[in-house]
Design a protein around this ligand. Structure first.
Ligand code: CFM
Length: 526
């Protein structure tokens, strides 16, 4: 029996019919089988997914440091997004010295507010925030009860703008919308596109400039990327949204190129900016040494500038020389080891490249909430059928801005360039894998448990929810969301930190070395 069949074997026929479509044992990776993704999880199954509010407030908007993000709802939802994700930030010029990331703003809705309505309480919270913090932007994120009782956060945002002359944006990102946090990403993207991008007029200072889309500065990842880009002479106009700021996002439309790091959470903005302003986007990956080199070379190729191409080569040579010895050491420790990588909607692809650098092989991978294009590539987009859940999330109609639309190249030049680099497209995770590898979408606890026992990888990358269950069967687990409080893992320096952490995990597998009492001869009665 294949591992896939084995995983499905214990399911009832109804669950089997659903889950079998979410699991692939790969056949031809260049022409992958269709996977079911972005569908409702089965009620009662312990999915690892989060909610729409988590995707909007927690993921895309939360890292903006100069925005007071008020959670309109019960306190538990606020606490959940209060620095539980490791999006690092520091106050600087770009945020006019402000940094609200360490704070938690909430309307702390009580029963009476649910019964009689919470708009007044929300307005009071906004007055308080204005008095204490004087932000230039306020965002209001709705949690489940807000949509149910009908508080109008958009009207409150409008009244705030009129009263204070600042930008205020309401988000109807109630947790129950869509099938996962992915819906919240889309809602957040729409709000930023409608109210923030394009409202500034400060042009970049340098000849070559980019925005980094879908980089959330977990463990300082974005800082390492910025460091390398700066060395190459490339200006980073704005980052969506790790250590990012409302003030910088306003000028994003003036950058020369959009780099898309996490495709899942932000591809909507990349597409909309292409339509409205003509800015091309390039799918990049700073996770992995080879991947970082490829990304830098592709950026230079995009700008077609001999000096930049030369500079990028110099930086790559210098960075590689700096990490050479440590890289060789960790590679010698990790070559031949196997891994499983399960993350949200992007990293399971990116990390396979970093693991390959160290000679490791990913034998199983999957996502919580990715869509088919994240697995199979954007060429499948036309064949994805809309359902009631996806229709529920608004798709904005964006038009060309006649005054600000500009393209760098003619159609013919672009066709030529597209043959060399991944402009405005993405091939997804599966082409990175091999025949027989396993791909599981919206993986649940039962499947994770079974999978670990069946394939016994040398290390299992996933999140806090299943980390300890995995370790207790003797397989080391590293958190690929929070990096177990380590990081950064991107770029050249990050790769070495990753190599060190994985080496430690594989060679200090404490749980694999102990015999639990119930397995000892005495049965643990001594
Ligand atoms: Fe993008 Fe992310 Fe991810 Fe994501 Fe996330 Fe994250 Fe993730 Mo956790 S934005 S899809 S919603 S890369 S929080 S920084 S690690 S699940 S794979």
């Amino acid at each position: 029996m294949s591992v896939r069949e084995d995983l499905l074997a214990k399911y009832s026929s109804k669950v089997y019919k659903n889950r079998e479509k979410h699991m692939l044992q790969l056949e031809d990776v260049t022409n992958p089988q269709e996977i079911a993704a972005n569908k409702r999880a089965i009620p009662g199954v312990m999915t690892a997914r989060g909610c729409c509010y988590a995707g909007c407030k927690g993921v895309v908007l939360g890292p903006l440091k100069d925005v007071c993000i008020i959670v309109h709802g019960a306190i538990g939802c606020s606490f959940y997004t209060w620095s539980t994700r490791r999006n690092k930030s520091k106050a600087d010029e770009s945020s006019k010295g402000q940094n609200f990331v360490p704070y938690c703003f909430s309307t702390d809705m009580q029963e009476s507010d649910i019964i009689f309505g919470g708009e007044k309480k929300l307005e009071k919270a906004i007055d308080e925030a204005m008095e204490l913090f004087q932000p230039n932007c306020i965002m209001i994120c709705s949690t489940c009860p807000i949509g149910l009782i009908g508080d109008d956060v958009h009207a409150v945002a409008k009244r705030t703008e009129d009263k204070y002359g600042i930008t205020a944006i309401g988000y109807s990102c109630e947790g129950y919308k869509g099938v996962s946090q992915s819906a919240g990403h889309h809602i957040a993207n729409n709000g930023l596109m409608l109210h923030v991008i394009g409202t500034g007029d400060t042009p970049p200072k340098k000849k070559f400039s980019v925005n980094i889309l879908g980089e959330y500065n977990i463990g300082g990842d974005g800082w390492e990327e910025e460091r390398i880009l700066k060395r190459c002479g490339i200006e980073v106009v704005s980052i969506f949204t790790g250590d990012g700021s409302y003030e910088a996002l306003k000028n994003a439309h003036l950058a020369g190129l959009n780099l898309v790091h996490c495709h899942r959470s932000i591809n909507y903005i990349a597409e909309m900016m292409k339509t409205k302003y003509g800015i091309d986007w390039l799918k990049v990956n700073f996770v992995g040494i080879g991947a970082t080199c490829k990304t830098l070379r592709e950026i230079a190729k995009y700008f077609k500038d001999p000096e930049l191409i030369q500079r990028v080569e110099e930086v790559i040579a210098d960075e590689l020389a700096t990490i050479h010895d440590e890289f060789d050491y960790y590679k010698s420790k990790l070559t031949g080891k196997t891994a499983a990588v399960f993350s949200g909607g992007s990293r399971s692809h990116h990390y396979q490249l970093l693991l390959k650098d160290f000679g490791m092989k990913t034998i199983a991978a999957g996502y919580e909430f990715a869509h088919r294009d994240d697995y199979e590539g954007r060429r499948v987009l036309p064949s994805i059928k809309e359902d009631a859940d996806s229709r529920n999330i608004e798709t904005l109609t964006i038009e060309k801005d006649p005054k600000r639309y500009k393209t760098l190249y003619t159609k013919e030049e672009m066709e030529q360039l597209k043959k060399e680099i991944e402009i405005d497209t993405y091939d997804g995770m599966i082409p990175e894998m091999s025949k027989e590898d396993l791909v599981v979408d919206d993986y649940n606890y039962f499947e994770t448990d079974e999978l670990v026992k069946k394939i016994k990888p040398d290390v299992f990358f996933s999140g806090i929810k299943d980390k300890y269950a995995i370790q207790k069967v003797g397989v080391p687990s590293r958190q690929i969301h929070s990096y177990d409080y380590s990081g950064p893992y991107t770029g050249f320096k990050g790769a070495i930190i990753f190599g060190r952490d994985v080496t430690m995990a594989v060679y200090t597998n404490a749980w694999g070395l102990v015999t639990p009492p119930w397995k000892s001869i005495s049965g643990g009665n001594q």
